[in-house]
Design a protein around this ligand. Sequence first.
Ligand SMILES: *Cc1c(COP(=O)(O)O)cnc(C)c1O
Length: 403
Amino acid sequence: MTTLDLHHNIPSKKNENPTPGFRTRAIHAGQDPDPLTGAVIPPIYQTSTFVQPGVETLRAGFEYSRGGNPTRTGLEEQLAKLEAGAAAFSFASGMAAEDALLRAVLKPGATVVSTAETYGGTHRLLTQLYARWGVNTVFVSPSEQDKLAQAVETYRPDVVWLETPSNPLLTVVDISAWAEATHQYGGLLVVDNTFASPALQQPITLGADLVIHSTTKYIGGHSDVLGGAIVVGETSWEDKPLAEVIGFQQFAAGAVAGPQDCFLTSRGLKTLGVRMQQHCENARIIAEWLQDRSEVDQVFYPGLSFHPSYDIARRQMSDFGGIVSFRLNGGEAKARQVAESTETFLLSVSLGGVESLISHPATMTHGSTKGSEQAPPADVVRLSVGIENIEDLLIDLERALRS
Ligand SMILES: *Cc1c(COP(=O)(O)O)cnc(C)c1O
């Protein structure tokens, strides 16, 4: 019987380039042509189970698709290579990935220190779900490094959760400094890298232990598939490599991504580098344009030289991202009105797709933080700037601001 060389044990190729660039890795890592037919794009392995040559032998390392499926393995390899990780794990959604990560490393009585400006769903998971299981979460302002040091010393957290750039005000945090503070008492630093994507920053190279993604956003990039991922570095946790700890959680709890979803995410990921370039260019032009508008009170974009995070963003990221937020003169009423007046910018939650979206975070994405210190100002509008022609986006915004 012939053994197919699928993704698990590909023989190393001679003269292999040891350091392919980001866009090359995005296209080729984990995406070898099908060895059976030569299909350039590996097939979607729409199967739940795998036939075995014997009771204790597997043909290509696969047994049952909760434990592993070649389409998922291909995506996981792509993600690990792009984030400079030791391994990656794909989940059915970003929240499923967050839940898997936290349950894998926390126990009742554990403490999480989290940045105050996080995704609304992360806040909800920690305060409404995990609080019931005896996990205590302490929030610290992302712009106050000394508060983090204090919180780490006081609480000795098991996990420090960092989202940078933050949502929706785009505060950028020095990942290396946070890693150092976290590690002082043996905690794990998790970075939610959804907003920057690995095209703009790779937190593991800066000292993070784990990276979280909602691949629903920039990685998938086309608003047509949900997904999440955990990428692990080389760290160990209670004497086991994190890859083993997270791999076991993924298999045992089972919130895995299906093969069709993995295929769509893989396909999107191949163009992440070029899409991100255009997202960043359009966002920078819009941020600068908004600054000069009388209707606008304040623009949040880390690429603007007066943004409080400009210096750290310049050091840490290769570009400033595709999200722009701004406050309106005229308060919440005007913010809601602008959000409801654009046409090319679609009024919608989510972000990171090729199409431009507009949202009102206080009532839409951050509803679960209402009334808390973590609630964003009600006069803020957030744009996920797409890759349409910039002229059309500016015309649309101009019309909405004047409305
Ligand atoms: C969307 C998002 C999530 C949650 O991901 P889902 O795929 O919606 O479950 C987590 N973090 C950030 C920063 C997000 O934008």
